[in-house]
Design a protein. Structure first.
Length: 110
């Protein structure tokens, strides 16, 4: 689970969420985060969002994702207009191997 720690409105239709994620292992550049929301009726929607914060091994760092609201989106309208500081989001990640075969590589593949 992640707690929304900070929100920054980027434009009228986009915002960045800074998340505090329990037991976060850190991330590499180019990885993403899956965010899933469950509606009161049990319906679930999930989407992948690129991690906007840089590579980090700091387990206490906030993880930032930026979301643009899509007019016909299932999840983005809620994340841009409905989420507030303190809300809990279900997350999975970091996802994506950008390590070029080298474990824990914190620089881009060359």
């Amino acid at each position: 689970m992640a707690t929304v720690a900070e929100i920054h409105d980027e434009t009228d239709t986009a915002r960045s969420l800074r998340l505090k994620i329990a037991d976060w292992p850190g991330q590499l550049s180019g990885q993403h985060l899956d965010i899933r929301v469950t509606a009161p009726d049990g319906y679930q929607a999930s989407r992948e969002y690129s991690i906007a914060s840089g590579a980090s091994t700091d387990k206490d760092a906030l993880v930032e994702v930026s979301i643009e609201e899509l007019a016909d989106g299932e999840l983005s309208p809620y994340l841009v207009r409905g989420v507030e500081v303190g809300d809990q989001l279900e997350v999975r990640g970091p996802v994506g191997d950008t390590s070029c075969g080298a474990p824990n590589r914190l620089s881009p593949c060359s």
